[in-house]
Each structure stands twice: as structure tokens, then as C-alpha cells.
Ligand binder design. Sequence first.
Ligand code: PMP
Length: 401
Amino acid sequence: VFETVPQAPADVIFSLTAAYKADTNPNKINVGVGAFRTDELKPYVLPVVKKADAILFNDPSLDHEYLPIAGTPSYTRAAAKLILGEESPAIKENRVAAVQTISGTGSIHTGAMFLSKFYTKSRKCYISKPTWANHRNIFELVGFEVEDYPYWNPETRGLDYDRMIQTMRNAPNGSIFILHACAHNPTGVDPTQEQWKGIAEVMRAKGHFPFFDCAYQGFASGDLDRDAWAVRYFVQEGFELFVAQSFAKNFGLYGERAGNLTIVGKSPADTSRVLSQIEKLQRSEISNPPAYGSRIVDIVLNDPALYAEWKENLRYMSNRIIDMRKQLYDRLVQLGTPGTWNHITDQIGMFSFTGLKAPQVKVMKEKYHIYLTDNGRISMAGLSTKNIDYFARAIDDVVRN
Ligand code: PMP
């Protein structure tokens, strides 16, 4: 019965990691996958996560019962507060709901599924060009017509703001726009606060629906509030919106799949009806969310001392990344590598969009055993004081030749 099933292409990022693992060259570098690494290039278990682990381990009341369909209330409440802020008018007015999801991907999928069934204003969903590949996959899967909005300007190596706004103006009224809350993946370029205000103004005039994807809160700038600024601004401006939150990066809980979908509605009654439908969808998709990762996050977000320690751990991660940006920039300048490299230090978050083209990426891989995606994106966390000289020399070589 499956003779006619076509072969699907392999996932780019996961294939890259497999090729890296199979490579036996001692100089090999993986800057493909967006996972934090220490300066020894080892995975990082946050010290605060280890403490929460110990609390869980020693808790005699802990069992393995099902969680509620929408997840653990103390976790979802804390997650919503984390992104919307303590003083959020929407929380005070009781028009916020939150649902525990399978990390950020599950959150986007759950929100997309709900919109595909109940959002009647438009069938169009706009994603930034470029964006995280799963945005298109997810929204196409649930039946939206997915369009791009311009985002990256290769000439300025920055935001293509004017064309982005133009596309928002020309889009059919009520379109859905996926917005990266902070630390845009893959470009590392975020709108300024002034630009966010301009984006909000057009979105309001056109009645577009903002769906924020927030996979890097606190990881981008080291400051949880600053990274939430855009979302909070939209809420303050009275938008109804969704925010998909992932705790993969900022808690280092990649494989534990701790996520949350925060819903901001116009009224408590609207929000409660939306929540009821999302719970119904969740029941048929996953029945109820996995417990372990969310328990860790729940413990940390709801304990002031652990919360303060988490912020320290976040600062360590974001500072290491900022330091690698500076070190790479300094080396390229020292080497006199042709071109300008300010974008490396200007960009924020996990990734840098180097400007390398696909043929150069190929040489990086074949000659230097350095693994990155064809669009020239590098994960800064794959660099360390040990490999950065080699990496900078490789870039220098491929740019010159
Ligand atoms: N959105 C963006 C932009 C991302 O980069 C990621 C992680 N790569 C996610 C969402 C969600 O990832 P996860 O499902 O692992 O939380």
C-alpha cells in the first residue's frame, strides 16, 4: 500500500550533525546546530537545573501521574508571567490563558492548529525571509497559504525594514504574521524598538494577527525583560496575540520539550473559549504534556532564589556568545579578511548570518571540516577559545579564494 509514497528530504540541521559526528578529522567544528556549548564544546547542564533536579529527586510526594490537559497551572502561569511581565495589563484583566506544550515546536503547532480551525479573517500566514525552517512546515501542514515577508537585506547585512513594512501593508487584511520575539533565527538581526513600533502600527491598521515565536528569551541579551520588550509592547497596544515559548535554549532543556503557548485575548470570555478549544485539540494530539522538563522550569520560576540563580546562568551563556562574536570579529580584522565584519558583533542571540555563500560553505565543509548550513548561518556556541583561530583562518581563506 505504500509503493507510491515519495521519499521525503532529510532534515538539513539534523543531517549536518550526523555528518559532523561521522567526520574523524580532529579539527572538525559543528556550527550548524543551535545548541549551547561550553568553552570545552560540551553540552551545558545549567547549575540551577541540577539543583531543581535534586529537589525533584528528593521529593517523596512525586509520582508519574498524568498532568492536566493544559499542563501544570503553576508552570503555565509562571511562563505567561515571564513573557508578559509582572505588571501586564492583560494578566491583571484576566484575559490571558496558557497551555503547556511540547517545547516551542509544539507550541507553534498547537497555536497554528487552533488558528487553522477558528481564525476566519484570512488563510494567509506570513513568515520572515529567511526564517527557522519549521515555520513553513508547520503552517503548511495545518493548511495555511504561507508567504514570505522580506527581512534580511544582504547589502546592509541588516533588517530590510522598508520592504518588510511594505509587504505588511500589501498583505490581505487580517493576515497572520509570525514574528520572532527576539534573537531572530537565522539572521541574529532584530528590529529596534522604534521599528517594532512601526510594525505594530501597520499591523493594527491592517488588522493583522501577531503570532510571536519566543525561543530565546534571556538568551539573546542576558536580560529577560529586554528580550520580551516587543511582545509586551504589542500587549500594551491592545493586540490580541499568541506567544509560543520554548525553554529548550534558556534552560538548556532541549530534549525535555518544555514549552508553553500564551494566549492574550480581548476579554476573559474570549480567552476562556479559545482555551477550551485548544484543550480539546491538545487532548486529541498528545492528551496531556510531558512532565519532567516542565517540573524543572516550574521549580525555578516559582522560587526567588533559584530564579535569581537562573538569571546568572543565562548571563554566563549570553556572555560567552557575545565574547565569541568579539573574538571572531577581532581575528577577521587582524587577518585583514576582505569585507566588513561588524555584523558579527552587531547581531544578537545564538546565530550569526555570516554572509558566506553556498559554494564557500562547501569549501568550509570539504577543506576545513566545518559544518554550517548553506545559507551561511553559524551557531556562535559552536566556537570556543580552542577552535576560533582555525575557524577565522578558514573564513579568511574561503573569502579570499
Ligand atoms: N523557533 C525558533 C525560531 C527556533 O530557533 C527554535 C529552536 N531551534 C524553536 C522555535 C523551537 O525549538 P524547540 O521545539 O526545540 O523548543
